[in-house]
Design a protein around this ligand. Structure first.
Ligand SMILES: CC(=O)SCCNC(=O)CCNC(=O)[C@H](O)C(C)(C)COP(=O)(O)OP(=O)(O)OC[C@H]1O[C@@H](n2cnc3c(N)ncnc32)[C@H](O)[C@@H]1OP(=O)(O)O
Length: 430
């Protein structure tokens, strides 16, 4: 039997962080040792020259290596490929500073690399000239995760050669955008501005592309902001704002907030209290002309994933039932809004389908739940529970399939105790 193959792992590090990881088995031919690479499964050309054969990398600047498997340090022969520092220096000088629009891989908070697009760059104060940090959009994620990152978080070997044209340079002469241009904007920006023409959309995009306020202090919490927010110009230089948690007035300095708190006598939202259960109260605020049963919900980040969102959704349908109407939320739904609604609709509808014996129509489901027929249809369609048979649409409710979907829809939110809702619908008040 031959010896077990030696396995070498090589981690290229930059400022203490692993930026590339290679693994392979060692093969010896005479005095030469080669790395037969097993990870990653493909190489980009820059690293191919490095990986063809390896200098024992212990002395490499910004590089570290360790052995795995039998733990022996292999002796690996050098070839005429450029050393990593030289190649890396050349690479840096050819791509830096990165242009706005560059696509590159960036290390995120999960310590993994994700594709990003550079949205903005700024010089690092008191640093060497041309030292920038970059505001990036993670193309797989929602825009709320856009952030300023340091150069060492970016994998410069992954810089894509083609830089996206600046959106504002495109279509500057005409008001109509091509579908491609529209997609480019949608990719990096919040949806819901369908009413804007191309020029206004570009102006809006330019103005809102970087978050202005980084954090807010509200009560006991310091909260990172998610998006740009249109504060008055005198707040342009503020990174943090201090909010009164009762009236939501905001101030530049903590002492101003403390002075304000001594005077502020608002201790609950405006409107009549219409529901109280334990520590949870609901206040009536206003009538919707558009007959939505919910305009926009928000759970502040420290309180998220505790069931308040689902509670608010369930509450809105209880109000609709009291009104004897069907309800639907205002559109467009955000990504998290859609997740919360899809979960609610799925649980409510599938609970009924599970218990119901015999046929049931969309209209009957709508009457029972106050959920608008279109929302029922899209929910059941997305779960593939609607089939077209003998010329008509039917709901197919196999109990096992229903159970699977119900499990995937997750838990319900905080319970709405309808007996504690004291509210007279708007129509009846007049
Ligand atoms: C009509 C409209 O109002 S659309 C606009 C909705 N509002 C917004 O997008 C504003 C920003 N987002 C928020 O304020 C909140 O995320 C809300 C209001 C959407 C949800 O509030 P929460 O109090 O967190 O909701 P809740 O705890 O009931 O959870 C809702 C479900 O949505 C999903 N969800 C919520 N946040 C996340 C998240 N960050 N990641 C993955 N899933 C999530 C989950 O399925 C969650 O259920 P689970 O916790 O049982 O898995």
């Amino acid at each position: 039997m031959g010896e077990a193959p030696q396995i070498l792992t090589l981690d290229i590090t930059s400022n203490g962080h692993t930026v590339k990881h290679y693994k392979g088995t060692l093969s010896s031919v005479g005095s030469r040792t080669h790395l037969i690479q097993t990870e990653p499964s493909f190489l980009d050309p820059v690293h191919f020259s490095l990986m063809g054969s390896l200098e024992t990398p212990t002395g490499a600047e910004n590089g570290s290596a360790h052995t795995a498997g039998n733990g022996k340090s292999p002796s690996v022969e050098a070839v005429d490929a450029p050393s990593e520092p030289d190649a890396s220096k050349r690479r840096r000088s050819s791509v830096l500073p990165l242009e706005v629009g560059t696509r590159v891989m960036c290390r995120w908070r999960d310590n993994k690399y994700h594709p990003v697009k550079v949205i903005e760059r700024r010089k690092v104060p008191n640093a060497i000239p041309n030292d920038y940090e970059y505001y990036v959009h993670y193309t797989e994620f929602n825009r709320r995760l856009d952030e300023w990152v340091k150069l060492e978080q970016l994998d410069l070997n992954s810089v894509e050669a083609v830089v996206d044209e600046k959106v504002e340079e495109k279509g500057a002469t005409g008001l109509k955008m091509t579908r491609h241009q529209k997609r480019k904007i949608d990719e990096t920006h919040v949806e819901g501005h369908e009413e804007l023409d191309a020029a206004s959309l570009r102006e809006h995009e330019e103005f809102t592309k970087v978050k202005n306020i980084a954090t807010i202090e509200l009560g006991r919490y310091e909260i990172e902001t998610w998006y740009f927010s249109p504060f008055p110009p005198e707040y342009n230089d503020c990174l943090k704002l201090y909010f009164c948690e009762f009236c939501l007035n905001f101030m530049k300095r903590k002492e101003q907030l403390q002075r304000h708190m001594r005077k502020c006598d608002l201790k609950h939202p405006p409107g009549d209290e219409i529901y109280r259960s334990g520590t949870l109260s609901m206040f009536e605020e206003k009538h919707s002309e558009e007959s939505y049963n919910l305009a926009c919900i928000l759970t502040l980040p420290p309180y998220q994933r505790k069931g308040y969102g689902k509670f608010l959704i369930a509450f809105s349908y209880e109000l609709s039932k009291k009104e004897g109407k069907v309800g639907t939320p205002e559109r467009p739904l955000s990504d998290l809004g859609l997740l919360s609604y899809r979960g609610y609709w799925t649980r409510v509808l599938l609970d009924i389908l599970k218990k119901h014996k015999g046929n049931i129509s969309i209209k009957e489901l709508s009457d029972m739940t106050a959920i608008k027929a279109e929302d029922i249809l899209t929910t059941l369609q997305s779960l593939e529970l609607i089939q077209y048979r003998k010329g008509q649409h039917v709901i197919c409710a196999d109990p096992k399939v229903l159970d699977r979907h119900l499990k995937a829809a997750g838990r319900g939110g905080l319970e709405v105790d309808v007996s504690k809702l004291i509210w007279t619908p708007y129509k009846e008040q007049s």
